[in-house]
Design a protein around this ligand. Structure first.
Ligand code: NDP
Ligand code: NHF
Length: 364
């Protein structure tokens, strides 16, 4: 076979702001803040200057671990700290709207990074977006699977056209996430917690679907009543593209003694190429980079780009960097609040579809 030029490298890293010194105030000191956000920010030289949590001792412990100078008993006090220009909020979703209502009253705040899900439903998400818009605050939503290195590289591959027209995409999750205590009061195991990443990734890769069909079965291991469980999803696109997601958070009786088969894989087929990926996150805290391999009709071989970065915690730099760049350049981040409304609408539609056993049309 004659030599063919190797494809251009794929983008998989975030763009960093020029000014790393913008003061970040952190609300929440739980897993995601302590073990992911702050680890990634410190590594990149960003400036978390203050932290607060519901339980002051937790905030103090996390401040000490990450050398954060100021600990406040309440976020109201933290919002008086003139150095804080950007607020990073990582509290349970049912507390988010109330926190945002208070944060937007603070005239010095220019940007908010909020966790997914953006409240408990689309209606709350719309209120959050409106509050930020009215206050002139730039809102970024931490749908951070978009910053998983493999997911990001695959986005570049799809949009560069290497794979041709997308035909079929699948994400298959067989992994057991850690449960957070506040999930029980919502009755959510999967869809608003984990599937939201996969649904958002399909939107990131391919745009908005026309309709979705979802089916749930309860997770036999989960002790509390829940509306979802194991989630199966089919997204239909006008172009003919079909996306399928299987989120199996039970993964067989793996915790009960059977041999384990745990992992998250994806596959994107296009008219001119095929991409296969594996997400490294299920092995966290072991640092396991996600992988991507792809082949196209024009090269005929497998390409396997390599990187050392991992989703948890490295990819948590991406959303904050995107917010800071947006503030610096007076532009909207890609993961802005308005964009996230389409993900929240899709998630609401999945719950409706599963409840009513029918496909639900989407108008965003
Ligand atoms: N993007 C991603 O990949 C991930 C996102 N998340 C999201 O981050 C958010 C937080 O998750 P996580 O850190 O794992 O959860 P944790 O339960 O570990 O932490 C929750 C934090 O919120 C505080 N909190 C709890 N209840 C309240 C309340 N009623 N009012 C105010 N604050 C409260 C806790 O305070 P304290 O403990 O000090 O009392 C703690 O600081 C969630 O929205 C979750 O969906 C989570 C994991 C991954
Ligand atoms: O967003 C998320 C990604 O992975 C976590 C697994 O520990 C989830 O719990 C979480 O909500």
């Amino acid at each position: 076979m004659p030599d063919r030029p190797a494809p251009e490298p794929l983008d998989y890293l975030p763009t960093l702001p020029r000014n790393l010194d913008v003061g970040i105030g952190c609300i929440g000191a739980g897993f995601i803040m302590a073990d992911c956000h702050l680890v990634a920010y410190r590594e990149a030289g960003l400036q978390p200057v203050a932290i607060t949590s519901r339980t002051a001792e937790n905030a103090r412990r996390v401040a000490e671990r990450h050398s954060i100078g100021s600990v406040y008993s309440t976020y109201h006090e933290m919002l008086q700290d003139r150095r804080v220009e950007v607020v990073d909020i990582a509290v349970p979703p049912d507390c988010l709207l109330d926190v945002v209502r208070d944060v937007v009253k603070s005239p010095q705040i220019r940007g908010i990074l909020a966790q997914k899900p953006l409240g408990v439903c689309l209606d709350q998400a719309e209120q959050i977006v409106q509050l930020c818009r009215d206050a002139g605050i730039t809102l970024c939503v931490n749908q951070n699977m978009r910053y998983d290195q493999s997911v990001r590289a695959c986005h570049h591959l799809i949009h560069r056209g290497d794979l041709g027209d997308p035909v079929l995409a699948t994400i298959d999750m067989r992994a057991i996430p850690h449960w957070m205590p506040w999930q029980q009061r919502q009755g959510w195991v999967t869809c608003r917690i984990m599937s939201i990443h996969h649904l958002d990734t399909m939107r990131y890769w391919f745009g908005n679907p026309d309709r979705v069909y979802a089916s749930f079965r309860t997770d036999p291991r989960t002790q509390f009543d829940h509306h979802d469980g194991i989630g199966l999803y089919i997204l239909e696109y006008e172009s003919g593209l079909r996306c399928m997601i299987c989120d199996d958070v039970w993964t067989g009786p793996a915790r009960e003694g059977a041999a384990q088969a745990i992992g998250i894989t994806y596959r994107v087929e296009g008219t001119e190429g095929l991409a296969l990926g594996e997400i490294g996150w299920p092995k966290y805290p072991e640092r396991t980079p996600s992988t991507l391999q792809y082949s196209t009709t024009s090269t005929g071989i497998w390409h396997r780009p390599q990187w050392d970065q991992v989703w948890f915690p490295d990819a948590f730099l991406g959303p904050m960097a995107e917010l800071l760049v947006a503030l610096e350049t007076d532009s909207q981040p890609a993961i802005n609040g308005d964009d996230n409304l389409a993900t929240m609408a899709l998630v609401d539609a999945c719950y409706q579809s599963a409840r009513e056993h029918r496909a639900v049309e989407l108008d965003r």
